[in-house]
Every structure is written in structure tokens, then in C-alpha cells.
Design a binder for this molecule. Structure first.
Ligand SMILES: Cn1cncc1C[C@H](NC(=O)CCN)C(=O)O
Ligand SMILES: [Zn+2]
Ligand SMILES: [Zn+2]
Length: 477
């Protein structure tokens, strides 16, 4: 499978998968159909590998606007059930972020194109490439007619980008069935912190998402005929959003930092050892100046401190031109990245109370509604788990270096659920490079990362040979 011809075939598979516009963000029937098609093709591919595949019907979803949309199925697949072997379950998702050529893509986002060793296309790195890499690794053993030292399971969803709708319920429901014999869960849905050096991830931040609705009435106003005699919803909202975070990035909500884990000397030292060239990082990001100017502070503010981001305003006039409208109803959206040991319901209460206080100081006649629409816990792993040791060794075998041990500032909602419900080790083993541009224009995966990543997964399976023939602690030496 890693011969020239084999490599061509696995690139062809990625091309076929990228061609499907499995956008889960835009709640339209057409895109849902595309995700259904994607899940079908993946189920076929897994069956072709010899896996037993269950495509679980997830029913329908009622959206805030009253629309009813079908939720794509979640695939549960199983390959091998030798009780003497450990069982590794791979989680991945096949939905993607929206993409349009006009957004600034150099090539059509849904046609995988190779330029200078880079495979461009929406979903190439997030997350279609890594899911295929895992399949390629299994395929490599089959092509060689070689026994895989682990039982393999897959859980593949199609709603991750939309907050993993109903995945939690399925995991809870399958705890004593599909997951009963799972020993390790591997997720490959993040990136290295470098363009070249592989990494292992042992923590991600959580996220808590809010909508802030300020409403006067249903219909918009003309600012010539009503301007000057109203509390304008937009003015209320902008002032509410403007009171959340100061210009140094400090969140202004009282009490929000209370439960953040204190920084120990030992932890502080750890950030010094991370191999990150700040100047290069800054240049690659095309940002004039970050809020902090040392590598350690940057990493800590991405990984171990909360952050608040303002995302948008529904109902705002945002098109070009000079419309003299007063929007009658606007919904602001912001979210807070959570870190250990912040508590979702405590933060929810703090946020609501703060916004209500600020709003009441304005003495506005409008109506305020603050809603929490998503709450995801932060996740942190034990890097001494056997599978972390196995992955480190596999990385050394394939890439010839020890990985960066890093955290990720973004969120993989299901990681903490797996940890809490299944109560087994969860590991994040990323394949993509820092400049892959996930969620951005011109997303890509390097051909090198895709191929070597497939090998990495195969090498990872091989490390478990020690389980069959030795005491697991042999892996420590
Ligand atoms: C949908 N959503 C809302 N809150 C958090 C998320 C997940 C999303 N996940 C990723 O981007 C994966 C990165 N490898 C994020 O962190 O924004
Ligand atoms: Zn992803
Ligand atoms: Zn994503």
C-alpha cells in the first residue's frame, strides 16, 4: 500500500472523499444529504476492509428556527475480536466546514489538488485525511496478509463541526455494548504545533457558547423616523459584548478565573521545553503582534487559561452599502474556552448574572435573553498511559524523532465524554502540520503527512505486539 501505486490509490480515496460537500454547519437539506452520502461511502469502505459496520440512525433534529432536519448516521465498525488482543477504537468525523471558491480559495475546495507536495481541499486535514490514514494502516496489514496485533473499532460521525449532535447519547447507550471491550480510544483531529515535527496531544480546552438576544420588536426601524427616541437593540448589544473582555485579553466576568488550576513551577518549566519559534509562528499567522511576547505566555494562554471570543451578530446589517436601518432584534454570539478546573454551570451562572447586571445599568426598555447553547468540558490525559508510550515509540520509528508533547487550545467535544463514560484512556495523535489551515481557506494536508501518518498508525498497531508476548510494562523500557 505504500508503494508508488499504493500511494496513488490512497490519494485517490482522499480525492473521492473530499469531493463530497459534507458541510454540517449550514443547516440545509442539500448538505445533510451530502453528509448521508459521505457516511454511506465510508461504511462501504469499512465493509470492504472486512469490518462489521453498523450505521446507526440518529433520527431528526429540531433547529431553533423550527426547521426539522435529519441527523446523519453514526458508524460503529468492528474488525477483529480476539480476546487476547487489546482493542483500540478510532474516533473521527467526516463532516466539514463550509467552503466556497469565492472565499479566497486558489482552487475548487471540493476537488483535491496537489501542489508542491500539498493536497489542497476542504476536509483534507479536518478530518477526512486522518480517518483514511487509519483505514490505510489497516489496509496495509491486509495487503501483506499480516495479522494486526490489536482489535480495531471505529466510531465515525458526521456532525462534529456542528457540535457532535447526539453523539453523547449514543456513547452512553453503547457503553456496555460496543464500548464494553474497548481499551484505548484514539482521536486524530488536531494538528502538530510545527510544520515538520510530530506531536502528541494530552489536553484540549472546553468551550461554552452563548447567544445574547436584545429585542425591541419584530420589524426593523427607519433611523430617520425612529432614530433618537429609542433604546436601540444594537447599541445595547454592542455595549454588552464590549464589556466581556478588555484589550489585554482579560475576561471581565467576576469570578471566572476562580477555578482555573494554579500554575506550578514544574508546569511553568514545561512550556520552556516546547519547540516553538515565536517569530516564525507570528509571521506564519500574519499577525502584527500577539497579546504576549514570550513563547511560554503564548502557550499558556492558548492551553491553560480561558479565553473569550466574540463571533458575530445575527440580525445586524453587515452587507456593503449604507442602509439607514435600526435592527429591531439582534443576537450576539460569543464563547469562552474552558480549562481545568472550570465548571460549566458555574460559568454559565456567572456570565448570565454579569450580562443582566450590565444590561440593567443601561435602563433599556428592550428585552434581554442570554442562552447557553453549548457546553463542552476541557479534557486532559495521563501521558503515562500505555498507549501514549506506544505512540511515542511509533513516532520515533516512522519519523525518527521524539514528539512534542503539547496541548490544544481548541475543543474536541467528545474526548471528555469518552473519558467520563467509557472510562478508558483517550489519546490524541495528530497527523496534520501547523499550517494546514483547518477551517480556513486553502485547507491542505501534506502528502508526506498523509502517507507517513498512515504508516504511523500501522507502526502504532505493531507496538501492541508487546501486549501479546510480554508484560505491558516492557513498553516502558
Ligand atoms: C463546534 N464547536 C463549538 N465549540 C467547540 C467546537 C468544536 C470545534 N472543534 C475544532 O475546531 C476541532 C479542532 N481540531 C472548536 O474547537 O471550535
Ligand atoms: Zn475536526
Ligand atoms: Zn473542524
Amino acid at each position: 500500500i505504500f508503494t508508488k501505486k499504493g500511494q496513488m490509490l490512497i490519494r485517490k480515496s482522499l480525492k473521492e472523499w473530499v469531493a463530497i460537500e459534507s458541510d454540517s454547519i449550514q443547516p440545509l437539506p442539500h448538505f445533510r444529504q451530502e453528509i448521508f452520502k459521505m457516511m454511506d461511502i465510508a461504511a462501504d469502505k469499512l465493509r470492504h476492509l472486512g469490518a462489521a459496520v453498523d450505521s446507526i440512525d440518529m433520527g431528526h433534529q429540531e433547529l431553533p428556527d423550527g426547521q426539522n432536519l435529519p441527523i446523519p448516521p453514526i458508524l460503529l465498525a468492528e474488525l477483529g475480536n480476539d480476546p487476547k488482543k487489546p482493542t483500540v477504537c478510532f474516533y473521527g468525523h467526516l463532516d466539514v466546514q463550509p467552503a466556497k471558491k469565492e472565499d479566497g480559495w486558489h482552487t475548487d475546495p471540493f476537488t483535491l489538488v496537489e501542489v508542491d507536495g500539498k493536497l489542497y481541499g476542504r476536509g483534507a486535514t479536518d478530518n477526512k485525511g486522518p480517518v483514511l490514514a487509519w483505514i490505510n494502516a489497516v489496509g496495509a496489514f491486509q495487503a501483506l496478509n499480516q495479522d494486526i496485533p490489536v482489535n480495531i473499532k471505529f466510531i465515525i460521525e458526521g456532525m462534529e463541526e456542528a457540535g457532535s449532535v447526539s453523539l453523547d447519547e449514543l456513547v452512553k447507550r453503547e457503553k456496555d455494548r460496543f464500548f464494553s471491550n474497548v481499551d484505548y480510544i484514539v482521536i486524530s483531529d488536531n494538528l502538530w504545533i510545527s510544520k515538520k515535527k510530530p506531536a502528541l496531544i494530552y489536553g484540549t480546552r472546553g468551550n461554552i457558547y452563548f447567544t445574547v438576544e436584545v429585542k425591541c420588536r419584530d420589524q426593523d426601524f427607519h433611523s430617520g423616523t425612529f432614530g433618537g427616541i429609542l433604546n436601540e437593540p444594537m447599541a445595547d448589544l454592542v455595549s454588552l459584548l464590549g464589556s466581556l473582555v478588555d484589550s489585554s485579553g482579560h475576561i471581565l466576568i467576576p469570578g471566572i478565573y476562580d477555578n482555573v488550576a494554579p500554575l506550578s513551577e514544574e508546569e511553568k518549566k514545561m512550556y520552556e521545553t516546547i519547540d516553538l519559534n515565536l517569530e516564525e509562528y507570528q509571521n506564519n499567522s500574519q499577525v502584527e503582534r500577539f497579546l504576549f511576547d514570550t513563547k511560554e505566555e503564548i502557550l499558556m494562554h492558548l492551553w491553560r487559561y480561558p479565553s473569550l471570543s466574540i463571533h458575530g451578530i445575527e440580525g445586524a446589517f453587515h452587507e456593503p452599502g449604507a442602509k439607514t436601518v435600526i435592527p429591531a432584534q439582534v443576537i450576539g454570539k460569543f464563547s469562552i474556552r474552558l480549562v481545568p478546573y472550570m465548571n460549566i454551570s458555574v460559568v454559565e451562572t456567572q456570565v448570565k448574572k454579569y450580562l443582566e447586571d450590565i444590561f440593567s445599568q443601561r435602563n433599556s426598555s428592550n428585552k434581554l435573553k442570554v442562552n447557553m447553547t453549548l457546553g463542552v468540558h476541557p479534557w486532559i490525559a495521563n501521558i503515562h498511559d500505555i498507549q501514549y508510550i506506544a505512540a511515542r515509540r511509533a513516532i520515533k520509528t516512522v519519523f525518527g524523532v521524539d514528539p512534542d508533547m503539547i496541548r490544544d487550545g481548541s475543543t474536541i467535544p467528545i474526548a471528555k465524554t469518552f473519558q467520563d463514560i467509557i472510562q478508558k484512556s483517550v489519546m490524541m495523535l495528530p497527523l496534520g502540520a501547523v499550517d494546514d489551515g483547518e477551517h480556513s481557506q486553502n485547507e491542505k494536508i501534506n502528502r508526506y503527512n498523509y502517507i507517513e501518518g498512515s504508516k504511523l498508525f500501522a507502526a502504532f498497531f505493531l507496538e501492541f505486539n508487546a501486549f501479546l508476548h510480554h508484560h505491558p510494562s516492557i513498553l516502558l523500557y
